[in-house]
Each structure stands twice: as C-alpha cells, then as structure tokens.
Design a protein around this ligand. Structure first.
Ligand code: UD1
Length: 338
C-alpha cells in the first residue's frame, strides 16, 4: 500500500517513514528541504534496506500538488508533517506560516476529497491546549486562544480538517497532538537536525554537552512547580513515529469510530527542565553548563498528556523513558559532530 509522507525528510517524518517501511508500506516522500536534508534518505535506507521514493516539491505550488496526485492515484493514505514550526519566527512572519501550514493543508485536502476513500493523519500539537486548567491534559480540554501564529495554524488546521470531514464521508482523518518530541533512532542513522541555534530544549542540551554552545539558559526557576522549572511531557520520537503507523492502520482498516478523531501522543509523565538536564548528565557522564535566566515569554508552566484515549482506543503506548530517549539523542549528537 502506498503512503505519502509530506515532510518525510524531517525529524518526526523520517522516523515515521522508517516505521512505515518496517511494516511493509510503500512510501513516497514529498519534501522541499527547507528545513531538512536529502542525506536523510540514506539514513532511512541504512536502517530499512530500502530507499523510499522521494520528490522535491513545494506544496505551496497548488498545480504541483494536483499533478502529484494525478501521477500517484494509488496513494491510500497521507501523513502530513510538512509545516513550519518555529514559534518565534511565526510571530515575525505570520503570513509565511499561514501560507506554509494552512495553504498546503487545503491543497492536499482538496485532492483527498476527490478520492473515493482517503486516510489522512495530521501533525497537531499540545500547543492547542495552551496552559490547560487540569493536568494531565485530556483530549476534551478546552482549546485556548493561540499564543502565536504557529499555534494558531495547528488549531485552524484541526478545524479545517474537522469541517471538511463533516461534509466528506469518504475522508477519514486523525489529528495527533504531540507533546514534546525528542531523541533519535537507536541505529544512530537519523535524528534531529536543527538548522542554526536550536530553539527546543533537548537539542540545545546535547549541543551544549558536546561544546557547540557555551551554556544552556534555563528559562525561569520561579514557576509553581516542585523545582521551579517548567514541566513538559517528552515523547521519544520512535514511539511517536509508531503512533502514526497505528493511527493510519486504524483508518485503512476502517476501525475508526468517526471520520475525524483526535489523540494525544505523549508519555503521560511530566518532567521539569532540571530533570531533563539531570537525565542528560546521567547518560553522558558529563556536567552540563547551564544558568538560570528570566522566563521565556509565552512559555506555559506545565503540560503533560492524559494518554488513556491513545492507550485504549489506538492500542498505542509510549515505551521509552526520558532517560532512554536522552541517551539516543546524545549518541546522535556525538555521531554528527564526529
Ligand atoms: C514548543 C512549542 C510547541 C512546539 C514545540 C516543538 C509553544 C508554547 N511551544 O514547545 O508548540 O510543538 O516547541 O517544536 O509554542 N527551555 C529552556 N532553555 C532552552 C530551551 C527550552 O529552559 O534553551 C525550556 C522551556 O522554557 C520549556 C522547555 O524547556 O520549559 C521545553 O521547551 P521547548 O523545547 O522549546 O518546547 P515547548 O516550549 O514546550
């Protein structure tokens, strides 16, 4: 069965391609390499023994999207990762984010609506909950006003899919709300490749550990949490990738209860920034150079998932701990700086 993975050369996309190929799916990747590298194809091949089909294509070019679906009429499912994801940049360049993340989603959905049966998996984010009132966060927690255009594209993306599914019974979709993805493949062949200075905690930790950054700034230790630093739910990227395969299979096998469903994808455990640092120090045997600085504007105090729905309905559960995921992130960092 052929599956289109947009953004399949990216961090989560590439790990998902591996899991799809391990399950026997034929994968075709679309990526514009705006935040990824074609070398990732070799990493995927080294792990799975198979190079996926790949087309360098900008999904903002509507006629190219139409042309792609004309040429690949046998695509049974689409996993849509391709999107811009830097929160700060989205504040500076809102239209770029709306065009990249919303325009492209609309073009793909239009093509899927033409099909007699289509399965669609969307990369959403726990950012849609903002600072939730209750922990852990269930899927029916209220959606809060978005803090950034990036966050807004995830909320709007979900609404666009939901509205489309309501009037298109042939379209089946699942939105996966990721908590904080991290780590790298155990093989050391693929992992996170942030361009420039990393914005996210884990790549900043490993780059500081290897000496590429002088020190990590911990954004605030005066939050109302046990150690004063923010709490997040760090989900291992291979676990997250497997959730996509399970979700896709649910749709392809017609096991979904409605034609639009939403699932949290996290571990269910919250960890503080200081705990993440400790776990790095443990797996690397190195002291991490860090200092406490002011809070980062827009950061929420705490977010971790209630994963009951994903566990029971999807039959998926995270298997790796923060420490195991950190270990793979560290192995990867050492390998790419070799
Ligand atoms: C952010 C986005 C989220 C997005 C995710 C993955 C928001 C509010 N959050 O999540 O939508 O899906 O990235 O790209 O838009 N930290 C430091 N020092 C650093 C970096 C981070 O102390 O140098 C802290 C942060 O304050 C936070 C935690 O580490 O408490 C995690 O930060 P980060 O990795 O950036 O993820 P989020 O902000 O949770």
């Amino acid at each position: 069965m052929k599956v289109l993975v947009t953004g399949g050369l990216g961090f989560i996309g590439s790990h998902t391609v591996v899991e799809l190929q391990n399950k026997g799916f034929d994968v075709v990747i679309i990526d514009d390499c705006s935040n990824s590298d074609e070398n990732v194809l070799e990493g995927i091949q080294a792990i799975t023994g198979k190079k996926p089909l790949y087309e360098k294509l900008d999904l903002k070019e509507k006629h190219k999207v139409e042309d792609f679906f004309q040429r690949h009429q046998d695509v049974a499912g689409v996993i849509h990762f391709a999107a811009s994801k830097a929160v700060g940049e989205s504040v500076e360049k809102p239209l770029l984010y709306y065009e990249n993340n919303i325009g492209t989603l609309v073009y793909i959905l239009k093509e899927l609506c033409r099909k007699t049966k289509a399965s669609f998996i969307f990369s959403s984010s726990c950012t849609v909950y903002g600072q939730a009132d209750k922990m852990p966060i269930t899927e029916d927690a209220p959606i809060k006003v978005a803090e950034s255009p990036y966050g807004n594209t995830k909320q709007m993306g979900e609404e666009i899919i939901s509205d489309t599914c309501k009037v298109t019974p042939s379209l089946n979709a699942i939105a996966l709300r990721y908590f904080n993805p991290m780590g790298a493949h155990p093989s050391g062949e693929i992992g996170e490749l942030p361009k420039g200075v990393p914005q996210n905690l884990v790549p900043f930790i490993t780059q500081t550990g290897i000496g590429l950054r002088k020190e990590l700034s911990v954004f605030g230790d005066d939050y109302p949490t046990p150690d004063g630093t923010c709490i997040r739910d760090y989900i291992y990227v291979v676990d997250l990738a497997k959730a996509h395969v399970v979700a896709l299979e649910r749709l392809l096998n017609g096991k979904n209860e409605s034609n639009y469903e939403v699932f949290n994808v996290g571990t269910g455990t919250g960890s503080s920034v200081l705990e993440a640092i400790q776990s790095f120090e443990k797996v690397s045997g190195r002291k991490l150079n860090y200092k406490i600085v002011d809070r980062r504007p827009g950061d929420i105090t705490s977010a971790y998932a209630d994963t009951t729905k994903a566990n029971k309905v999807l039959g998926w559960k995270a298997e790796y701990t923060l420490e195991e995921a950190m270990n793979y992130a560290w192995i990867w960092e050492q390998k790419i700086r070799d």
